[in-house]
Design a protein around this ligand. Structure first.
Ligand SMILES: [Zn+2]
Length: 325
């Protein structure tokens, strides 16, 4: 019996999400696990295999047959054609690691691998905020800043599938150093750690840790910073204003390059979009071609933490949106 579901797995720095997704893009059920990203290279892959097998067992128990296709989203950079992860920032052991070959050998069938932000873009395009649009730029403002670009209904991959690292466009030439080796990247200002940089830059490290903007464990928290902004906290509002300005500088370039109809913004920092929006819009309008700025809408992502699993399932089922031109 052909299966009635597709497997979509999304691996983050700490968690794995693995879902049975219907052919119409609905999440039928979801399992979670630890990513074990600090393990040895093959152990991280074995952990993915275990999660997929667990989902298959549950699907059989529910009389859903076997999966039609399997899609796996992981942090890049990743060569989507060879299935080799070049160097994932959150998986120290994955250096030129042949992930897809490992998964296919262990599972005994074809697996599609995709960069996590690209998968999220496909998820929003299929079932989320970008439904019905053909030209979309997605930015994920999380631990880092990821990007995915859909041009004329096709995911932009480039030569090896590493295109659209939008978090690493330079918005400040002499700016803060970035993990990628450059400096002044968008990620240094508009990610969770970027927000921390912007708070520390205003009031110094010590005061930043005196009870403000912290979660229950005492770590800097974007959610706490967003709550502070809601209460008109001056430092928080200023941090989001500065982040919004850098975001607007970057988006202006994305408009000039890709002419999208829609920019979708997801991730934890996107919860503060309304505090970033005035500076972001002003900067975007001042820098982008006015005809393109007038046509674009900027919205929050709709799928939240399910964007990656839905998009991974879509990637597995729709080779045409991700095939090499
Ligand atoms: Zn960078």
């Amino acid at each position: 019996m052909p299966g009635r579901y597709i497997i979509g797995l999304d691996m983050g720095g700490t968690n794995l999400r693995c879902a049975a997704v219907s052919p119409a893009g609905r999440v039928l059920f979801l399992e979670r696990g630890a990513a074990r990203a600090d393990s040895a290279a093959s152990a991280v892959a074995d952990n993915i295999v275990r999660q997929i097998k667990s989902l298959q067992t549950e699907a059989r128990r529910r009389a859903m047959g076997s999966p039609r296709a399997i899609g796996v989203a992981v942090p890049g950079p990743l060569n989507v054609y060879s299935g080799v992860v070049m160097a994932a920032p959150h998986v120290a052991a994955w250096r030129a690691f042949p992930l897809r070959a490992r998964l296919e050998t262990a599972l005994g069938r074809r697996v599609v691998v995709e960069n996590d932000a690209n998968a999220w873009a496909l998820g929003e395009y299929w079932r989320g905020a970008a439904r019905g649009y053909r030209n979309v730029v997605l930015l994920t403002l999380g631990t880092g800043v990821g990007g995915g670009v859909i041009v004329d209904g096709r995911l932009l991959h480039g030569k090896s599938g590493m295109a659209a690292e939008l978090g690493h466009v330079v918005v400040e030439p002499q700016g803060l150093p970035c993990d990628c080796g450059s400096r002044g990247c968008l990620e240094s200002y508009a990610s969770a750690s970027g927000m921390r940089n912007l708070v520390v830059g205003q009031i110094g490290k010590r005061r930043a840790y005196q009870g403000r903007y912290l979660d229950a464990e005492g770590n800097f928290s974007v959610r706490a910073l967003t709550d502070a902004a809601r209460n008109r906290d001056r430092v928080a509002l200023r941090a989001f204003e500065v982040a919004g300005r850098y975001l607007g500088i970057a988006i202006a370039s994305f408009l000039n390059i890709f002419n999208p109809e829609l920019v979708v913004i997801g991730g934890g920092v996107a919860g503060a979009l309304r505090f970033m929006r005035p500076a972001m819009t002003a900067e975007m309008r001042a820098r982008a071609f006015s005809a393109m700025a007038a046509e674009v809408r900027i919205v929050r992502a709709a799928l939240g933490p399910l964007g990656g699993v839905v998009g991974a399932a879509y990637a597995a089922m729709h080779p045409e949106v991700r095939k090499r031109a």
